[in-house]
Design a protein around this ligand. Structure first.
Ligand code: SAM
Length: 294
C-alpha cells in the first residue's frame, strides 16, 4: 500500500494513501533511516511539518499537529470515564499518548506496551519533544512486547485501554489487534465500567477500513461511538472508535466536559475542550451511511 522514498540525497517523501493516490512532502533532512525487526523506521524533518516519525512509509505523527492526534485519541475516552485510575496503552511508541494520559490526576498507573524497542529508543533520541519526560515518570511503566500477547497472558483489569497502533496492514505487526477476537480480550480486561479507544485510520481515503473497525468494535461492546478530526500531517480527516461498557461519550455536554477538564486535568490542552468534544462526534451523513452499511 505504501512506498517510502527517503534518502539522504532525496528531497521528496512520497506516502501512498491507496495504490492509486499519494501525497508528497518536501524533506529538509533525514535524521535516521533503518529497519527494525518489525518495521521500517525513519525520523524525518519535513519542510512543513517539522520532525516526524515514519513507520513502513506512513507518517505516524509530526511536531506540527501531534497534539491534535494525541489529545483526540486520549481525552474523549478518559473524560467520559468517571475516575480512570489504571490505564493501558498498546503501541504508542512516541510516548505522546502516555504524556496526555498522565495529565489526568486520577491516573495511578499507565502501562505502555510497544512491540518495538528500537522505535522507542529512536524516538527518545530524536523526538524527545513528543514524550516530554514521560519515560521517567514514576506513574509510567514501559513493557516491550506484542500487545496482543501481553493482554492474552495478563489477567489485570484496566479502566481505560488505548490502542495507538500502526494501521492494520496485512502482514504488519498490528494486523491481529483489529479483530473481533482481540477486541473481546480487550473487553474482558476492562473493569465493569471500562472504556477502550482505537485509532481507526482515515475517514476519507480508507473510509471502508474505518467502518470495518467501527463494526468490529460494535460487535463486542454495548456502546460504540466513532469520531474524526482533521490532521494536516495525514492530509486527511482521521477516525477514532470508542467501545464502552457503561458510559456514552456522545451525550456529554460541552459544559460537562469543560468542568471535568478543570477538575481532573493538570497541564495545557491545545486542542481538546467541550465544544470540540461535542463537534467531533457529529459525523456527516455519508459516513454514517457507511458505518451502518452491513
Ligand atoms: N499515531 C500513529 C498513527 O495512527 O499513525 C500510531 C502511533 S504509534 C507510533 C504506533 C506504534 O504501534 C509503533 O510504535 C509500533 O511499534 C506499535 N505497534 C505495532 N504493532 C504492535 C503490536 N502488535 N503490539 C504493540 N505495539 C505495536
Amino acid at each position: 500500500m505504501s512506498l517510502e522514498k527517503v534518502s539522504k540525497e532525496g528531497t521528496w517523501f512520497i506516502e501512498f494513501n491507496t495504490p492509486f493516490s499519494y501525497h508528497v512532502r518536501g524533506i529538509r533532512r533525514v535524521l535516521y533511516s533503518g529497519v527494525t525487526k518489525y518495521q521500517r523506521v525513519a525520523i524525518v524533518e519535513f519542510e512543513d511539518l517539522g520532525k516526524a516519525l515514519v513507520l513502513d512509509g506512513k507518517i505516524q505523527s509530526s511536531l506540527y499537529d501531534e497534539f491534535v492526534y494525541h489529545e483526540s485519541l486520549v481525552h474523549p475516552a478518559m473524560i467520559t470515564h468517571p475516575n480512570p485510575r489504571r490505564v493501558l496503552i498498546l503501541g504508542g511508541g512516541e510516548g505522546a499518548t502516555a504524556r496526555e494520559v498522565l495529565k489526568h490526576r486520577s491516573v495511578e498507573k499507565v502501562i505502555m506496551v510497544d512491540i518495538d524497542d528500537e522505535v522507542v529508543r529512536l524516538v527518545k533520541e530524536y523526538l524527545p519533544e513528543m514524550s516530554q519526560g514521560v519515560f521517567d515518570n514514576p506513574r509510567f511503566k514501559l513493557i516491550l512486547q506484542d500487545g496482543r500477547k501481553f493482554l492474552e497472558e495478563s489477567g489485570d483489569k484496566y479502566d481505560v485501554i488505548i490502542l495507538d497502533l500502526t494501521d492494520p496492514l496485512e502482514g504488519g505487526p498490528s494486523y491481529l489487534l483489529y479483530t473481533i477476537e482481540f477486541y473481546s480480550i480487550v473487553r474482558d480486561r476492562l473493569s465493569d465500567d471500562g472504556i477502550m479507544v482505537t485509532q481507526a485510520t482515515s475517514t476519507s481515503y480508507s473510509l471502508r477500513t474505518f467502518a470495518t473497525i467501527y463494526r468490529t468494535v460494535a460487535s463486542v461492546f454495548p456502546i460504540t461511538r466513532a469520531y474524526q478530526v482533521y490532521m494536516h500531517s495525514y492530509d486527511s480527516t482521521w477516525g477514532f472508535v470508542i467501545g464502552s461498557k457503561k458510559y456514552d461519550p456522545a451525550i456529554l455536554t460541552p459544559d460537562e466536559v469543560n468542568n471535568r477538564i478543570r477538575e481532573r486535568i493538570s497541564g495545557e490542552l491545545k486542542f481538546y475542550e467541550g465544544d470540540i468534544h461535542r463537534a467531533i462526534f457529529v459525523l456527516p451523513k455519508h459516513i454514517r451511511a457507511v458505518l451502518s452499511d452491513e
